[in-house]
Ligand binder design. Structure first.
Ligand SMILES: *Cc1c(COP(=O)(O)O)cnc(C)c1O
Length: 233
């Protein structure tokens, strides 16, 4: 059976999960003294078939995240054609040879993390006359195997991306190390964003999005809490 024909898992009520997550987001924002709409939800639909994504769109969700360009190309052109106001965020590493496809399909790139990629994005956006929103991914845990620019290199990289290349830089994004206290990483990301005059922070996943909101997240990226377990590709 092909991935896209697969029905949504029977034991997962996507609409109910979405309502629960949205409620928790609003409660966390309120508890932090923020407005209930100050943190937006990116529903991470990687590995999920279109049949699992449709109920989320029907329930009103409009921002989705995918981590692979090729996988997104398989399911999103049809979904975007059917739902013109849906916005798609790339949240996984981007190779420069996929930049053209990424700029054509996505609305926001959350994983700008090196000069070569930033330059390729700037060229391609110019060529396609599409100005996507961008986030710089910061490797707050300085993990060698993880994507993202090092914290101490971020200020200079912001200058390149925003001021020299003129990309529409909205903010910073991070994925904290799994074994560490996420709040230290969220606080660091916020500190780097503030000193660079950036207002948006993409941080927090299923396990820690409420903590991220406490630390100022404006986008939380939530997958399994909405769609259930990821599926084998
Ligand atoms: C998969 C993924 C998420 C969502 O993770 P969950 O734990 O399923 O909520 C968020 N951000 C990134 C970058 C991801 O790759």
């Amino acid at each position: 059976m092909s991935l896209n024909k697969e029905p949504a898992a029977l034991d997962v009520d996507v609409a109910a999960n979405l309502a629960q997550v949205n409620g928790a987001i609003a409660a966390a924002a309120k508890a932090a003294g923020r407005g209930v709409d100050d943190a937006a939800l990116v529903a991470v639909s990687k590995t999920q078939p279109a049949t699992a994504i449709e109920p989320a769109i029907q329930a009103g969700q409009r921002i989705f995240g995918e981590n692979r360009v090729q996988e997104a190309q398989g399911k999103w052109p049809d979904l975007k054609a059917a739902h013109g106001d849906v916005r798609l965020h790339l949240i996984g590493p981007l190779q420069t040879n996929k930049v053209r496809d990424a700029v054509a399909l996505f609305d926001v790139i959350e994983t700008v993390d090196r000069p070569k990629l930033a330059r390729a994005l700037a060229r391609e956006m110019e060529k396609q006359d599409r100005k996507l929103g961008c986030f710089i991914q910061v490797n707050t845990g300085e993990e060698p195997q993880k994507a993202g620019i090092m914290p101490e290199e971020t200020d200079a990289f912001v200058t390149l991306v925003r001021d020299e290349l003129g990309l529409n830089l909205r903010g910073l994004m991070c994925i904290p190390p799994v074994e560490e206290d996420c709040s230290l990483h969220f606080a660091l990301l916020r500190q780097i964003a503030r000193r660079n005059g950036l207002s948006e922070l993409s941080m927090g996943m299923s396990a820690d999005y409420e903590v991220a909101i406490q630390f100022g997240a404006t986008l939380v990226r939530v997958g399994t809490a909405i769609f259930g377990a990821r599926r084998p590709l």
